[in-house]
Write a protein that binds this ligand. Sequence first.
Ligand SMILES: Cc1cc2nc3c(=O)[nH]c(=O)nc-3n(C[C@H](O)[C@H](O)[C@H](O)COP(=O)(O)O)c2cc1C
Length: 194
Amino acid sequence: MRALGLACSPRVGGNTDIMLDKALEGVESRGGTVEKLYTTSFNINPCLACNSCFKTGRCVQRDDMQLIYPRLLSYEGIILAAPIFSMNLAAQAKIVIDRLQCCWSKKFVLKQNTVSEEIRGARKGLWLSAAGFDSEDVFEPALATVKYFFAMLEIKNWEKVTYHSVDGKGAILGVPGALDVCFEAGRTLAGGTG
Ligand SMILES: Cc1cc2nc3c(=O)[nH]c(=O)nc-3n(C[C@H](O)[C@H](O)[C@H](O)COP(=O)(O)O)c2cc1C
């Protein structure tokens, strides 16, 4: 398996970044290869809502999403590491998700698949998240967006690992067992738990 880890927090070395590293270690432990990208390192514009993709299935914008699209559509494993900001996914994740409007158009307007048949059924996803508030409900609004994200990427098989009450940088390190859970989630993504 090739797994893409999208690190979407502006806080490098923060909670979701740490969780992502552990999950990617889990993928590697099963022989998978991994690539980690920080969305903050790329020049990504918001969706223009120009609807050009309704006709072509492609985005007219020529920015760094052109580097991310092929990876999102061809890797067997996609890991979205995105914290909760203002009760939803951090903007650094949402900007990428909005730019998948061309995938939505291709699938639902043009009635074409976005992912090649060889890998479509085998693709798996994982959402890693952390939130400061003391309630599991804090992930609910973002969950709807994450479901939509994986649907646009034609990934039916996906899991989530979320921790609330995790706020300060690196606080996840103090949550008993959390990193083991992330590691196991990576192993599962890459093919199972054995
Ligand atoms: C701009 C901003 C908005 C936030 N909004 C929320 C929120 O609505 N609910 C919540 O539970 N935590 C919120 N937090 C706290 C983060 O979710 C928390 O610190 C998390 O651990 C950050 O993960 P990271 O270290 O990967 O960036 C917010 C943090 C920031 C910086």
